[in-house]
Design a protein around this ligand. Structure first.
Ligand SMILES: Cc1cc2nc3c(=O)[nH]c(=O)nc-3n(C[C@H](O)[C@H](O)[C@H](O)COP(=O)(O)O)c2cc1C
Length: 158
């Protein structure tokens, strides 16, 4: 099974998770890069506002073609209980070529459930596996969650 992990990250948590999954599942990785400045207090406030308003953004050119993969795994931090503008933009651009799909997010811990459902809705597709990694999770728990996530993905592709 050929799989691609497409993820956005602002401070690196989602990238770390993406890399761990990629190692275990032998997936390709593609980071979605937002061209907007998201650092500093104004960057932070604007990020939350734009996520709440369901805004899209300008993303850098995407290198890997999601339609060439059997499986797409989408990763994003949770911003104001919503997906990030960068992931929203990616989904709107490419959802028509997604095959099977799974979703993971990194989060402080608030408003995760509705948010995952909204990703499925935007993709017009049910995820075969979803995973939430909280900032407070220790290494062991992260490993356990990732192993379960990968098992669900593998089972769905047989
Ligand atoms: C603008 C903004 C809004 C956020 N809102 C939420 C939230 O509503 N719920 C939550 O659980 N975490 C929230 N967080 C925390 C991030 O989801 C969390 O720290 C995540 O691990 C960051 O991932 P990253 O390092 O890949 O950017 C928010 C973070 C930012 C920057």
């Amino acid at each position: 099974m050929k799989s691609l992990i497409a993820y956005y990250t602002r401070t690196g948590n989602t990238r770390q998770i993406a890399q761990l999954i990629a190692k275990k599942l032998n997936s390709d990785l593609d980071e979605i890069v937002d061209t907007k400045k998201r650092s500093g207090i104004f960057g932070f406030l604007k990020a939350g506002y734009e996520a709440t308003m369901k805004k899209t953004t300008q993303i850098k050119e995407i290198n890997k073609k999601p339609g060439e993969y059997d499986f797409i795994i989408l990763g994003t931090p949770n911003w104001n209980k919503r997906m990030t503008p960068a992931l929203r933009t990616y989904i709107l651009k490419f959802k028509d070529v997604f095959n099977q799909m799974a979703i993971f997010c990194s989060a402080g811990g608030r408003g995760v459930q509705n948010f995952l459902e909204s990703v499925e809705q935007l993709c017009d597709k049910k995820a075969v596996a979803v995973m939430v990694i909280l900032d407070e999770d220790d290494k062991e728990l992260v490993e356990t969650k990732i192993d379960k996530f990968i098992q669900e993905i593998n089972e769905s592709s047989h």
